[in-house]
Design a binder for this molecule. Sequence first.
Ligand code: GLY
Ligand code: MN
Ligand code: MN
Length: 429
Amino acid sequence: MRYHPVPPGLFIDNRKRLINKLPANSLVILHSNDQYPRNGDQFFSFRQQSDFFYTTGIDQEKSILILAPDCKNKKLKEALFLIETSEKIAIWEGHKYTKEEARKISGIENVYWLEEFETALKEVLADADTVFLNSNEYIKFFSEVPDRNLRFARKFKEEYPLHKTERLAPILAKLRMIKSEEEIELLKTACEITRKGFERVLRFVKPGKYEFEIQAEIDHEFTVNRANGHGYAPIVASGGSACVLHYVENNKICSDGELLLMDFGAEYANYSTDMSRTIPVNGKFTGRQKACYNAVLRVFKEAKKLYYPGNTINKLNEQVNKMMEKELIGLGLFTEEEVKKQDAEKPIFKKYFMHGTAHFLGLDVHDVGSKDEPFKPGMVLTCEPGIYIREENIGIRIENDILVTENGPVDLMENIPVEADDIERIMNK
Ligand code: GLY
Ligand code: MN
Ligand code: MN
């Protein structure tokens, strides 16, 4: 792997915490991601299924984990099944884990080749009262392509209709929401790589550069610093494109006088960061741009204080919306009188600030966790207020990643330049 080895203690602990949540005689079956077909004989580059990585550290396709803590056969209480590597595979496709490597990475003693899975399954099923199967339960996400967990669940229910099955996803989500110290360290490494990407860009951007040239600078910095790549498709949006929230074409020329909104985050050891910064293409904000920028920055600074235990994303959104409404009035975009008369179902501020302020972050950029989940120490969320004024070609978002602790919020991106003056100074060095 490109990233430095992650100590297996993280995955050993994760499995222990999972097992502690299960009733007696449970069986857990977890699958890796697929290699998704691209075209012809090509696959898209592989990204491990996040729950599978969380419980094993194994970063390889066609892998299966069995946890059967109460199984009588000691060798199947915790077992990993991998594709058997061979000299031919090693020559044509490259390296696949040996059993010894897989043991070292995962901390799982019992590593088997995949062909032994069906027999092992029969044996663990004999002692299992409840079979926990995994699925992607992300709300508002629909895919036409069934993943390995879903295909297995369908096959399992067909072949073993008399066994009781349960959802594993809610249990894993609860665990994944709270980051351990090791996970926070990985996130910090990813934040540091993201910082390097941004500072490189600050020295590079000027009128006439293409958005994709800027993306290439980020790609370079990410790669040489051992990031897997981006945690999500990066946004490099100049001028009016910054008002398109999911703009990912990144193919326009950046012009003098425009703002440039960038939303990108390095993924390191499968942990993703999520950062947004907005800078003036020519290195100097206009008066109006700076007024809008500082309005977002004030909201950002106040919003960061709201990541305390007990708060929720839903409550935080309401708190930030109030601040934002005031700032938007201050920028002359609408008046208090208009707010008093507004339809409560369609508040005016939404025209200029139409997205939420926070989401959970971790192995996935939009990580597991609901909007009503009370914040607890160890949770990591984004803080990302923005103002988008289409009629002025102004789109500004500032986004950092915040760790909830008992002693108050910790900004994991504290050292990434954000003050307008600092941005101008670095750009003009
Ligand atoms: N970059 C995705 C987001 O900010 O939610
Ligand atoms: Mn975000
Ligand atoms: Mn973002």
